[in-house]
Design a protein around this ligand. Sequence first.
Ligand code: DX5
Ligand code: ZN
Length: 232
Amino acid sequence: MLDLRTPPTHPLVAASILSADFGDMAGDCRRVLELGADLLHIDVMDGHFAPNLTMGADMIRGVRRHLPHVNLDVHLMVENPGHYVEPFAKAGASNFAFHVEVCETFKPGGIDGHALIEKAHTLGMTAGIVINPPTPVEALEPYLDAVDLVLVMSVNPGFSGQSFMPEVLDKARWVSERVNRHTRIEMDGGLNPQTAPLAAAAGVDTMVTASALFGSDDPKAVIDAFHACGLP
Ligand code: DX5
Ligand code: ZN
């Protein structure tokens, strides 16, 4: 299985199943993986942190059953990610990424992010910290040495198909100056063959794509275009 801690030789394509066919989930996932997608990105939303309800442990378990060897990158857009760390690990999640906006270092009464990262590691997952477009990048600072992945959102969480926000590119640059080569820098939202090169130039090495990939008549060309972006 792909290990996110291993520095990649080309940008990794994380296919976001939010735009897959929910009636043929395993089939749709298998197709994009056969075409070259490197991992699957699973968007979990609770209707509070993000204005949408999506999926949870049952989806992770179902995808894992059909695809035992794929890295499942789970992105939790929820108020209480700690509630899900054990169930998601048991269901087969590979990476557990939660938002800095729910952590006590950012909001009083928030969760202990360091304890959650440690717990994810103890349960055999890698761990990621995620930042929303309006949040100052310095909020990430306390977690940079502890996580395996930093996810910079390039849309506000909630839905696939939104437009890329180029103003977040500076955040990726800021992160890339501070993490070592075993930490992935991921971007999520509005990535397509036009915007992916901008992300790569800013230091992004893991690219999430939902609508541009699953909505394309030629998904292989989309994956190839992401892979062709050089790494800095
Ligand atoms: C947004 C989700 C994204 C979304 C990306 O809240 O976190 O992963 O699926 O969709 P696109 O690639 O269509 O912008
Ligand atoms: Zn996501």
